[in-house]
Ligand binder design. Structure first.
Ligand SMILES: Cc1cc2nc3c(=O)[nH]c(=O)nc-3n(C[C@H](O)[C@H](O)[C@H](O)COP(=O)(O)OP(=O)(O)OC[C@H]3O[C@@H](n4cnc5c(N)ncnc54)[C@H](O)[C@@H]3O)c2cc1C
Length: 406
């Protein structure tokens, strides 16, 4: 690559900000343009449902780099600009004003959007979602003015917002279609840990229920109707029913997509001049031996270093084990590893479930560790990673014994 080379990054989240940094760290001297739909410099999203919602952190504290950094590193940032299409033959991206921008290498870091729910009333005033800083700010204001919140979906974001709302004194009803919160992510037994946690904080958690309608009066949400006819009255509703990857741009450009944009071990798409990182990357993972798409902070943080090398033509492989975390009330948790939805796993608990101080392990049929979740237990992530990477069978009894070394 020469100083005349032009790299374009599409997206304005953690992955985009980190990729600009990684390119400069790799001594790339050419032009970098970062184009984001949002009106803000790239920022991290985890605080939107935690510290920011609790009034403990300002946007400037979780902005990936301050404005000066982009100026110092000659990164041309285009805010409030959504790339509308990619012309792979001409190697250009199109901008909303009709202009185009040439690239030698292109990185897609378009992330996810909150999933909508196709039910009557979902677009009414008073129905909220959470993906952006503006939406987090709206919830902060809301918590100061409402008495009752209905949360649809007991996934990570639904539960974190619930914890923040409870801290603000809001009465919360959580409506979950599965029999347990976080069922797909953690399974029944560990999902129940989170169910107990919220019930102990006086959350009205209703599992196995189906929301059929958001009830409105004069265009404003006043509650939620369930399929058994029951009505949950609320002053506001949060839709927290998962995220959808923003893969349309890639798909329209003829790149292969499935659960996300298909990339190889080096994060390259089928087009050698285009990489994809973060939430949208559906990667052939070299350690897990399967395709995965990970909608978590650590992936957006760490993939860019590999993507930058790939863009610069250096050999690189992204082989980190997936990792994520959550904070709810006084529960802090880290999860390392991956259990596929179709994979049978046995859960082994080391520690005390009732006091919520434990490490849970997911083992495959050969007693190999697939994943580990430490709850209010710290500094064990590296050990869990080693156990997963070793691929060696473990003794479940030894693993469960807190007196034995991990
Ligand atoms: C409220 C919330 C809490 C979270 N908490 C945690 C947590 O506790 N732990 C954890 O591990 N993960 C958490 N996550 C997930 C984590 O934030 C995401 O995995 C991460 O943000 C992904 O980063 P990304 O850069 O790939 O995409 P995103 O952060 O989604 O950023 C994508 C960016 O691209 C922009 N964009 C999209 N299309 C275009 C276009 N055509 N042109 C220009 N720009 C475009 C978007 O506007 C956005 O700015 C949370 C997510 C949310 C929303």
């Amino acid at each position: 690559m020469t100083t005349d080379s032009r790299f374009v990054i599409v997206g304005g989240g953690l992955a985009a900000g980190k990729l600009a940094e990684a390119l400069r760290d790799n001594d790339f001297d050419g032009a970098i343009t970062l184009i984001t739909e949002e009106e803000h410099l790239p920022y991290e999203r985890p605080p939107l449902s935690k510290e920011h919602l609790l009034g403990k952190k300002e946007l400037s504290e979780f902005t990936v780099h301050p404005g000066q950094w982009y100026r110092d590193h000659r990164v041309d940032i285009r805010l409030a600009t959504a790339v509308t299409s990619i012309d792979r033959a001409a190697k250009t991206v199109a901008l909303p004003d009709g202009s185009t921008l040439r690239y030698d290498r292109l990185a897609l870091a378009t992330g996810s959007r909150a999933r909508r729910l196709p039910i009557p009333g979902a677009d009414a005033e008073g129905v909220h979602q959470l993906r952006t800083i503006e939406e987090s700010d709206t919830l902060v204001r809301l918590f100061g003015s409402i008495r009752r919140l209905a949360v649809i979906g007991a996934g990570w974001i639904g539960l974190e917002v619930t914890a923040a709302a409870r801290a603000a004194g809001v009465e919360v009803t959580v409506l979950e279609s599965e029999s347990t919160p976080l069922l797909a992510a953690l399974g029944r037994e560990m999902g129940e840990v989170f169910a107990d946690l919220h019930r102990q904080h006086e959350v009205d958690l209703r599992c196995g229920v189906k929301v059929t309608e958001i009830i409105t009066a004069d265009g404003r949400a006043t509650g939620v109707r369930l399929d058994d006819g029951a009505v949950v009255e609320a002053d506001a509703v949060l839709l927290a029913v998962g995220a959808r990857p923003n893969i349309e741009l890639a798909a329209d450009a003829g790149l292969a997509v499935d659960a996300g944009v298909l990339v190889d071990e080096s994060l390259a798409t089928g087009d050698p001049d285009i990489v994809a990182v973060g939430d949208i990357a559906d990667q052939q993972h070299p350690v897990l031996g399967r395709r995965i798409r990970v909608e978590h902070w650590a992936t957006a943080l760490n993939q860019p270093a590999v993507a930058a090398q790939t863009m610069l033509g250096k050999p690189a492989v992204y082989d980190r084990i997936p990792y994520f975390f959550t904070d709810q009330y006084d529960l802090g948790m880290e999860y390392t590893g991956y259990v596929a939805p179709d994979q049978r796993a046995t859960v082994v608990v080391r520690g005390d479930l009732d006091s919520r101080e434990f490490v849970a392990f997911w083992l495959d049929s050969g007693n190999r560790v697939l994943a580990g979740m430490n709850v209010n237990v710290w500094d064990v992530t590296d050990r869990i990673k080693q156990l997963i990477q070793s691929g060696e069978p473990v003794d479940p009894q030894h693993l469960a014994d807190t007196a034995a070394e991990l």
